[in-house]
Write a protein that binds this ligand. Structure first.
Ligand code: PEP
Length: 258
């Protein structure tokens, strides 16, 4: 684990009603709601943001959203703007998740506009990048990640670089039970940090959090978090149950002490 304060972020995807979400938050807050060595973020669906926002008040748990539109307002049926998220005390927004890219046709240019809009509204983007299995097998991992980082972060002012969070999520590891080995993940994380240093300078790059995502669970988190450039996790499946999510937060806290 690095010297950066780790972040464990739960991406609930299209799971949990507002009522179910509040129940889950209560259990998580009871166990790790005052944990301050690790930043913990919950990213419920839009319909649960308001209720979860109220439920995390007074705890150290933070609130993130899973997506947003790049425009500030207007005729964009079904979309949500940065200011709507800010109004609910959301601090982070996941952008460019592989499910948005593959199922909803989001490309790097659109994701880039969202990144810039989020930063302008003082939201911290969690930019997701990662290769498909076919791309890994064709030795294209670094090329794909380079394109997603360079295009996704085009035009980001250096002064805002430290508000960025990157999540490296090999697509073949998301929801499949297959995890990148710690060495495989570290290799890509180090490459991402090098790209960030080229764009923003080494000092800023050393402060940007790079999370790993892809079937991270209590039984594999320890080894992943021990890697120098892995600063936490973006957690899907294991964030839907209090026990596994709390265990992950505790493993991240322990990794700081080891
Ligand atoms: C994700 O979707 O961001 C994710 C990492 O999912 P899972 O942990 O279920 O692989």
């Amino acid at each position: 684990m690095s010297k950066r304060t780790p972040l464990i972020a739960g991406n609930w995807k299209m799971n949990k009603t507002a009522t179910e979400g509040v129940e889950l938050v209560k259990e998580i807050a009871a166990a790790v709601g005052t944990e301050s060595s690790v930043n913990v973020l919950l990213c419920p669906p839009f319909t649960a943001l308001s209720a979860v926002s109220a439920a995390v008040e007074g705890t150290h748990l933070g609130l993130g959203a899973q997506n947003m539109h790049d425009k500030a307002s207007g005729a964009f049926t079904g979309e949500i703007s940065a200011s709507m998220l800010r109004d609910l005390y959301v601090t982070h927004v996941i952008l460019g998740h592989s499910e948005r890219r593959s199922l909803f046709g989001e490309n790097d240019a659109f994701i880039n506009r969202k990144v810039l809009a989020a930063l302008s509204a003082s939201l911290k983007p969690i930019l997701c990048v990662g290769e498909l299995l076919s791309e890994r097998e064709a030795n294209q991992t670094m090329e794909v990640v380079r394109r997603q980082i360079e295009q996704g972060l085009a035009g980001v002012p250096a002064a805002k670089a430290e508000s960025l969070v990157i999540a490296y999520e090999p697509v073949w590891a998301i929801g499949t039970g297959k995890t990148a080995t710690p060495a495989m993940a570290q290799e890509v994380h180090a490459f991402i940090r090098k790209l960030l240093a080229q764009q923003f300078g080494a000092e800023s790059a050393s402060r940007i959090l790079i999370l790993y995502g892809g079937s991270m669970k209590p039984d594999n988190a320890d080894a992943l978090l021990a890697e120098q450039d892995i600063d936490g996790g973006l957690i899907g499946g294991a964030s839907l149950e209090a026990k596994s999510f709390v265990d992950l937060v505790q493993i991240a806290a322990k990794s700081l002490r080891d």
